[in-house]
Design a protein. Structure first.
Lengths: 112, 112
């Protein structure tokens, strides 16, 4: 079974803090994705990566950065957290051979 | 860009059939997906259909695809309270790196 794990289920941070969200997959997938989920807006793609050290902006990259130093790990960084970044963050991965994405359990982030 | 639309809410009685609808705009879609999200969890792949198929059945789930109208539906037979969740439609447009475009999600509520 594909397993995608995220470092925290719940996080509470203060405005201006630097926040790291970690995602690890164990299926040797080339592609990894970060989404945020807000009610009524569905999933919006923040960044994705198709290989180690490679990254591409998604639809809403502003205020975020990412890091992919190892194939299995993809990190989302909020350089200076703001209240409008309070959301559910979902990580996903897929292989180059098929487009099906497999999701982690999500991290619910609250920025005060 | 690509767009995927779903109605936001559906309410059914236990034992009835549920039909969740989705429309998309990308005529180059290769695969279309249905994901389920239970409260507080990540997305779980339910089923998918290749764009050259009209129908796919998997136990209680039936997916219908009308490629001409760019309309996708998910029918759940004999709906149970455990089917209460958010259902997301997603399409893979054949773009690089396995990107998916998601709808807003339909909240299915099943009443006893």
């Amino acid at each position: 079974d594909v397993k995608v794990t995220q470092s925290s289920r719940y996080l509470v941070k203060r405005t201006g803090e630097k926040v790291f969200l970690e995602c690890v997959q164990d299926m040797d997938h080339e592609n990894m994705f970060w989404y945020r989920q807000d009610p009524g807006l569905g999933l919006r793609l923040i960044y994705f990566s198709y290989d180690v050290k490679m990254k591409e902006k998604g639809d809403i990259p502003e205020g975020y950065s990412v890091s992919r130093e190892k194939k299995e790990r993809f990190s989302l960084i909020l350089e200076s957290a703001s209240t409008n970044q309070t959301s559910m963050y979902l990580c996903a991965s897929s292989s180059r051979m098929e487009e099906t994405q497999y999701f982690g359990p999500g991290t619910r982030l609250l920025v005060l | 860009g690509e767009d995927v639309e779903q109605s936001l809410f559906l309410s059914v009685r236990e034992g009835d059939s549920s039909v969740i609808n989705c429309t998309y705009t990308d005529s180059s879609s290769t695969y279309l997906y249905w994901y389920k999200q239970e409260p507080g969890a990540g997305l779980q792949l339910l089923t998918y259909i290749f764009s050259n198929m009209d129908m796919k059945q998997d136990q209680r789930l039936t997916v219908l695809l009308n490629k001409k109208d760019k309309h996708l539906s998910l029918r759940i037979a004999d709906t149970q309270t455990g089917d209460s969740a958010i259902y997301f439609c997603a399409e893979a447009g054949g773009t690089s790196y396995g990107k998916l475009t998601f709808g807003q999600g339909t909240i299915l509520t099943v009443h006893p």
